[in-house]
Design a binder for this molecule. Structure first.
Ligand SMILES: [Zn+2]
Ligand SMILES: [Zn+2]
Length: 391
């Protein structure tokens, strides 16, 4: 089945919804108008709507034929980013400093398109739960929906996600039988020395000198202590200290992020960093405080689910268009929490090559509308494969 014909017929509707969402972007947990729009659309399709999970989350339940109790979940993220849009298109953001620069407007429109088709045809058994999740970019709305009882209220057996992927040809998908996106933790380091006159450094314990040595030393965690086949990143992203030319300050602050796929590796990075921080600080007569902030866990697909997702994608795009097990991304994604709770798969849907290089999170990014019927058809194909059509 190439693009589902009935879905191709509603491509223009999806485009209009996507453009409306694009011009009315809202940040994490503030997606009130977005949620109203989604709920209104779902209701107009005859879908049972539940609101309030994670505040602005919207869940729709579409019951198929027969009396099967089986249930699967399809998830789209709905939030925008704190970026001022530089596009001049008609549907550009009307909210200054906020923009859909990650394509969540498109994800939402594709899932709405699939929901309408599924509700109109009900050509499947069991139930489909469409999950419109707030706060993917910041705040972990996926986890908040779980904490608010998503899976107790809607006990889906599997859960599925998708992200548009610029840099990959339109009509291609990438699917991992395992890790797809990294964990994203962050850390704060405070070095405390003894400030004093910059002309008399021997009377001080200089935290800036210690910080400079520490930044160098921390790069040895990945380069010297991890197996080269274990992918990981330690990036220092902030360093603050001092206030004038002739004073050595008391303190220096360093912040950064660590990315990895294997939780044991994350623990090792943390332990190794702690050791290096304490010893380098001590070598420079300073003391150190190290705080680790857990972020999104790694996004790990279930291998068998990934293979079934590949079959559903091949239904729409052809088997030659499915790339299995490409290198994962060091980016992160809060769908990871849902995949920790239920088996499923998160796929990358090729979004083509933006002419001006405007990739995800760029002020000139705009979701590629060509994907709307492809993504919606994938959802329908996945539902029919997972739940069956009753013959
Ligand atoms: Zn993003
Ligand atoms: Zn995104």
């Amino acid at each position: 089945m190439p693009v589902n014909n009935a879905i191709a017929d509603q491509a223009e509707d999806m485009r209009q919804w996507r453009h409306f969402l694009h011009s009315h972007p809202e940040l994490a947990f503030q997606e009130h108008k977005t949620a109203d729009f989604i709920a209104e659309k779902l209701e107009s399709f005859g879908v049972e709507v539940h609101r309030g999970l994670a505040g602005t989350g919207v869940v729709g339940v579409i019951r198929g034929r027969g009396d099967s109790q089986r249930m699967i979940g399809l998830r789209a993220d709905i939030d925008a980013l704190p970026i001022h849009e530089e596009n001049a298109c008609e549907h550009k953001s009307q909210h200054s400093g906020v923009m859909h620069a990650c394509g969540h407007d498109g994800h939402t429109a594709m899932l709405l398109g699939a929901a309408r088709h599924l509700a109109e045809n009900r050509h499947f058994e069991g139930s489909v739960v469409v999950i419109f999740q707030p706060a993917e970019e910041d705040g972990g709305g996926g986890k908040v929906m779980l904490d608010d009882g998503l899976l107790t209220q809607f006990p889906v057996e599997t859960i599925w996600g998708m992200h548009n992927w610029p840099g990959l040809d339109v009509g291609q998908v990438m699917i991992h039988r395992g890790a797809s996106m990294a964990a994203a933790d962050s850390f704060d380091i405070k070095l405390t020395g003894r400030g004093g006159h910059a002309a008399m450094p021997h009377e001080t314990a200089d935290p800036i000198y210690a910080a400079a040595a520490l930044i160098q030393a921390l790069q040895s965690v990945v380069s010297r202590r991890l197996n080269p086949f274990d992918a990981a990143v330690v990036s220092i992203t902030q360093c603050h200290s001092g206030f004038t030319h002739n004073v050595i300050p008391d303190e220096a602050f360093i912040q950064g992020t660590a990315r990895y796929f294997n939780p044991d590796l994350g623990q090792k990075i943390r332990t190794d960093m702690e050791q290096i921080i304490n010893q380098v600080a001590s070598a420079h007569g300073c003391s150190a405080q190290f705080d680790w902030i857990d972020g999104y866990p790694p996004t790990i697909n279930d291998a068998a689910a990934a293979e079934r997702a590949a079959l559903a994608a091949a239904d729409v795009l052809g088997s030659g268009s499915v790339v299995m097990d490409p290198p994962p991304s060091m980016g992160a994604e809060d769908f990871s929490y849902m995949l920790e709770a239920r088996p499923g798969a998160y796929i990358w849907l090729g979004a083509g090559h933006p002419g001006d290089g405007a990739m995800l999170h760029n002020a000139r990014f705009d979701f590629n509308d060509e994907l709307l019927p492809l993504g919606a058809s994938y959802w329908v194909s996945l539902v029919e494969r997972e739940l069956g059509t009753g013959g």
